[in-house]
Design a protein around this ligand. Structure first.
Ligand code: THU
Length: 141
């Protein structure tokens, strides 16, 4: 775990604001996310669907908005959920975020004041990133 900084708490506040917008009528578990990239903040919330599998997580919602804003490198993301313990990003979101900086700072909060800060590398070691595709892997088969 990494030490919490003042800027982490500031980003967390944006995630908490986004959490208010969550559309979670099925799970009642509201999640908010805020990405810091290129000096800008991009917020997202979870958006559920009657076809449960079509639900979009808060982190990916925020990432979509950051990319739409022209960003390709995310410095940090803050995530807040309704759990007592700080909410961690799901596996699919870890992979999705790794595309835009496998070493980004991940600030996690929940319903209490507890905050956990880690790097994405710690949450998803050995992420599959584009470098694997760029390699000339001319092999049999
Ligand atoms: N959820 C997120 O938005 N992000 C995560 O990383 C974990 C899960 C949402 C999806 C669903 O709407 C609700 O939380 C319960 O799984």
């Amino acid at each position: 775990m990494t030490q919490t900084q003042q800027t982490d708490l500031a980003l967390l506040a944006f995630a908490r604001e986004a959490q208010e917008k969550a559309y979670a009528p099925y799970s009642q578990f509201r999640v908010g996310a805020a990405i810091f990239a290129g000096g800008e903040i991009y917020q997202g919330c979870n958006v559920e669907n009657a076809a449960y599998g079509s639900t979009v997580c808060a982190e990916r919602g925020a990432a979509m908005r950051a990319v739409m804003g022209g960003q390709r490198f995310f410095d940090a993301i803050a995530i807040v959920g309704d759990s007592d313990a700080p909410t961690v990003p799901c596996g699919a979101c870890r992979q999705f975020l790794a595309e835009f900086n496998p070493e980004m700072r991940v600030v996690m909060g929940g319903a209490t004041d507890a905050v956990m800060v880690m790097t994405l590398e710690e949450l998803l070691p050995e992420a599959f990133v584009r470098g694997y595709l760029d390699q000339d892997v001319s092999r049999d088969g």
